[in-house]
Design a protein around this ligand. Structure first.
Ligand code: ADP
Ligand code: MG
Length: 446
């Protein structure tokens, strides 16, 4: 008998786009030209800022909505209507309040045309697997958020889906509960206690993606499209403190905070090399487009708080992806450090908070001169030039090989804005020149 070892694709997307007609009659493209394969045996994370079409993409794969163009295949046949192999777990649990736990779990089985007896047996088994024993007769409102999401898991898994789709399933839960459920999900998956062949999880938490996924697909917005697609080569269960883990997290940070630079090559070699030695110095870091005022405000909020970025964003009623560039900038200046998804103020960050305006400027001056190559270079060039004045074009030219034209301009603008705040140099709009202000007030102390 022939043994087939080929990994079949469970789902294949070819040129999938989705647009909607707006009330004014114009069409708006939500997702554009999405192509990928989901083979069996993988956990795949769809990661991206809100509005990048993650939920829309997942709904199309589950067959809840059709694509506007392109094809979705389920096991090589064109998907029409509901995907027979998929089940979805939603962020807000989506339970029926008037049904008990058991009835909620049985719901999906009824749709599969199972007998009452079969439904009962299957539901009870899944309720047991998912740790809801004893709660069969409870109503959703009597349960904690974590228990409700367990019902969501039990309901989805009871139908024994080949593809389990999860749309931010942990994000409405407190940190601890989320972590427990994540680990339990991994247990079920790794120990093959669930019949599911692939898991597709939508998330906008970088840490969650790197914790769970064998492969991460990063989406960008306007329109939603694939910006990166790579494997995570770390064995489960993953140590969030390991250099490999951090290298992936850093890589994804960079992608998300730089919407104009896609990252489509493989990540593999980079991660391996960072494990042994520091990576090749990048010629120029990509500066997130963030004002120092925003960084200062953020660092102040952190003063009496540490912890999980996601929680912090929630407390501030901010989207995590609006916070990422600020965090990235504060990290570059070493005002904060990130460990295992938790953000901490550094000693420098604490000094910054306690400082007067002048002291703050001094701290930023020191931090950006130390850490930001472009700023260091501008400052060094200015001090070396007899007139202490250089055209911005000069620096644009230097950036040209590493950035697109627009991005180079944005990089220079950001460097100038930071340098101005720190009173390192100023910018003369009409001439397009950067110069060091002649300092009369700064007479030697004595
Ligand atoms: P994500 O899950 O990544 O946050 P969504 O898939 O929910 O993104 O939405 C992507 C974009 O599509 C958003 O800008 C949203 O407003 C828009 N959108 C989603 N559904 C519809 C719809 N039915 N009609 C019009 N626009 C929609
Ligand atoms: Mg969504």
């Amino acid at each position: 008998m022939a043994v087939h070892t080929t990994t079949q694709s469970l789902i294949k997307l070819q040129g999938v786009s989705k647009s909607y007609l707006q009330p004014n009659g114009q069409s708006i493209t939500i997702l554009s030209n999405i192509n990928f394969d989901l083979p069996e045996g993988e956990i795949v994370a769809l990661l991206g800022p809100s509005g990048s079409g993650k939920s829309t993409l997942m709904r199309m794969i589950a067959g809840l909505i059709p694509p506007s163009s392109g094809q979705i295949y389920y096991k090589d046949s064109l998907l029409r209507g509901l995907n027979p192999g998929a089940a979805i777990i939603f962020q807000n649990f989506a339970l029926y309040p008037w049904l008990t736990v058991q009835e909620n779990v049985e719901l999906g089985l009824k749709a599969k045309g199972m007998s009452l007896e079969e439904r009962r047996t299957k539901a009870i088994k899944m309720i047991d697997v998912i740790g809801l024993d004893g709660f069969e007769g409870a109503y959703p409102k009597e349960l904690s958020g974590g228990m409700r999401q367990r019902v969501g898991f039990a309901r989805a898994l009871a139908v024994e889906p080949e593809l389990l789709c999860m749309d931010e399933p942990f994000s409405a839960l407190d940190v601890l509960t989320a972590e427990n459920l994540r680990t339990e999900l991994l247990d079920l998956w790794l120990e093959k206690r669930m019949p599911t062949k692939s898991i597709l999880i939508v998330t906008h938490s970088i840490e969650e993606a790197v914790t769970l996924a064998d492969r991460i697909i990063v989406l960008g917005r306007n329109p939603g499209r694939i910006r990166a697609d790579f494997r995570v080569d770390i064995n489960h269960y993953r140590d969030r403190k390991s250099p490999q883990f951090e290298a992936y997290v850093d890589r994804i940070y960079r992608i998300i905070t730089h919407p104009d630079q896609d990252d489509l090559p493989e990540i593999r070699q980079d991660v391996k090399s960072t494990a042994q030695e520091p990576p090749e110095p990048v010629k120029y870091q990509s500066l997130p487009l963030v004002r120092i005022g925003a960084i200062a405000g953020f660092v102040e909020i952190l003063e009496n708080r540490q912890g999980d970025l996601y929680r912090l964003a929630q407390e501030m009623l901010l989207e995590l992806d609006d916070l990422y560039p600020i965090v990235e900038a504060a990290k570059m200046m070493e005002l904060v450090s990130l460990k295992e998804g938790d953000i901490h103020l550094t000693q420098v960050g604490k000094k910054f908070i306690d400082g007067s305006i002048d002291q703050r400027k001094g701290i930023i001056r020191q931090q950006i001169l130390q850490n930001i190559r472009l700023i260091k270079q501008i400052y060094a060039s200015l001090t070396a030039s007899p007139k202490q004045r250089i055209s911005g074009e000069f620096f644009l030219e230097l950036l040209q090989p590493y950035f697109t034209q627009n991005e180079a301009q944005r990089q220079l603008d950001t460097a100038i804005a930071w340098g101005r705040y720190a009173e390192l140099f100023v910018y003369d709009e009409p001439s397009g020149e950067i110069y060091i202000e002649p300092i009369e007030h700064n007479s030697p102390v004595n």
